[in-house]
Design a binder for this molecule. Structure first.
Ligand SMILES: [Ca+2]
Ligand SMILES: [Ca+2]
Ligand SMILES: [Ca+2]
Length: 254
């Protein structure tokens, strides 16, 4: 009888533990205070007009962020004709994400292109949100929409047209504040993407072909700091699956 009660207690503990583990969402927070970029990969894009290189580093913030911040300081830019905003990526390479919420603090020193990338598997395969205060490209031969703007686009190739435009905010675009503290939120769920800035500007898009990949940052001709990178995986783990496997493990226990 005692043994039976012990077994029931074990069952209870296992089920509760696994249930909590199943619904908990993994979260990563990076404040760059350790000065390490070991978890990140820097990739300068292909066939750039200005081949750079990028100068990603961690430095003491000079733009009002918290302590140490990630900084890109070169003016690496564009395809050879400077008709598409490209430059350099930095990717968080510890794990790939499917459904997630990503938040980050930002402070820009210039008026050019910056944004986030996700579902990144290569320079020619990822999604991006990118914003631009400057009046560029001008004209805009690739997708017909010159700056200023914020766009969500899908990378489709390593040569023209590079990106397929999924959504753009042009008429309602408000320039981001330069030299000030900004905050971005990107929510990705099942091929639906929503990006929101601290001033309320928002853009959304969808793509049925969406698959998991790495997340990161993309820069065009911009000098900018980032801090307090926080990503929360919201990929569903069905509680019933966890309970079934928990019960199976207990039954098999001698
Ligand atoms: Ca920091
Ligand atoms: Ca500029
Ligand atoms: Ca610039």
């Amino acid at each position: 009888m005692l043994s039976c009660i012990k077994t029931l207690n074990l069952v209870f503990v296992c089920i509760i533990t696994l249930f909590i583990a199943g619904i908990a969402h993994t979260q990563v927070v990076v404040d760059f205070e350790d000065g390490e970029l070991d978890d990140w990969e820097i990739i300068d894009d292909v066939d750039l007009g200005d081949v750079g290189p990028s100068t990603w580093q961690i430095r003491d913030s000079t733009l009002g962020l918290d302590g140490k911040a990630l900084y890109q300081g070169s003016n690496i830019w564009g395809d050879a004709t400077d008709s598409c905003l490209m430059g350099t990526f930095i990717l968080y390479k510890v794990e790939e994400f499917t459904d997630f919420v990503l938040e980050i603090d930002v402070a820009a020193a210039d008026n050019d292109g910056m944004g986030l990338v996700w579902a990144y598997t290569d320079t020619d395969k990822h999604y991006r949100v990118i914003m631009m205060n400057d009046v560029w490209p001008s004209p805009a031969p690739i997708d017909g929409v010159g700056g200023p703007f914020v766009k969500i686009a899908k990378r489709v190739s390593n040569d023209a047209p590079w990106y397929e435009l999924l959504e753009v905010v042009k008429a309602g675009y408000v320039p981001y504040a330069e030299q000030g503290r900004l905050h971005w939120i990107l929510e990705v769920h099942g091929g639906s993407f929503t990006f929101t800035r601290e001033d309320g500007l928002s853009i959304s898009a969808e793509d049925q072909e969406y698959k998991a990949g790495y997340v990161g940052i993309q820069i065009y001709a911009q000098q900018v700091e980032f801090d307090n990178f926080m990503i929360t995986s919201t990929a569903a783990v069905h509680p019933a699956d966890k309970l079934a496997s928990a019960w199976g493990a207990v039954k098999d226990h001698p």
